[in-house]
Design a protein around this ligand. Structure first.
Ligand code: MG
Length: 219
């Protein structure tokens, strides 16, 4: 296999899923639905669950079913003191730069949040670019079209030459169906939909050493 492009989810993939940041972002989403949007507090969890199941993200559900100021929403839900949750990760930096493939962030969040996270983790120089929810035209994983759009940002056309790293099995399944190699991050347990599973990206050299076996892709 000659993998040329690696796609990395951002939240709960590039940092530990147990540090509380994603829970904090979810809390901000709940706050936003209560005020300013004015949803009844006792219905918000069910509305968010339903939007997540149906549309992939709360934002997508809001866009389709309500009038929502997308930029205001994205700024609000990510307005958190990120330094209290994440810190520089030199080990991950060194691992990423040692991988010969081109690397892209592929996230359902927005690029402002992604750049802040990468800045604090010290990983800004590890990626060729950020494919965010705006770049995807507000389509999002796990919609199958989102993966095709992400691929179009790269100079690779064959999904078989691509790997997706994501902490969400739900996001990996359509990628595997489209021909990507898939890596579930956050658990060692093998799962249908994931070709490999790693507790942390730091475990990749042991679990998926083939990534380092190919020569650097030209160009
Ligand atoms: Mg994630």
């Amino acid at each position: 296999m000659n993998w040329s492009v690696l796609f990395f989810d951002l939240d709960d993939t590039l940092y530990s899923n147990s540090n509380g940041l994603w829970e904090a972002i979810r809390g901000r989403m709940t706050d936003y639905l209560r005020d300013p949007l004015g949803f009844p507090p006792d219905e918000i969890q069910e509305i968010r669950r339903s939007y997540f199941e149906t549309y992939g993200t709360t934002l997508r559900g809001l866009q389709i079913n309500h009038s929502v100021d997308t930029e205001e929403y994205l700024a609000y839900v990510h307005d958190l003191p990120l330094e209290e949750y994440i810190s520089p990760d030199v080990q991950l930096h060194d691992l990423l730069v040692s991988l010969p493939q081109r690397k892209w962030i592929f996230t359902n969040a927005d690029s402002n949040h992604a750049m802040r996270v990468l800045g604090i983790l010290g990983l800004e120089d590890c990626f060729d670019g950020i494919i965010d929810v705006r770049a995807l035209g507000f389509l999002c994983k796990p919609e199958p079209q989102a993966y095709q759009r992400a691929l179009a940002f790269t100079d690779e056309t064959d999904p078989a030459n691509c790997v997706l790293f994501d902490d969400s099995l739900r996001n990996l399944k359509p990628a595997q169906a489209a021909g990507f190699t898939t890596v579930l991050v956050g658990t060692n347990e093998t799962q249908p939909g994931a070709d490999y599973s790693v507790k942390k990206l730091d475990d990749l050299p042991q679990v998926f050493p083939q990534l380092w076996w190919i020569n650097s892709h030209p160009g």
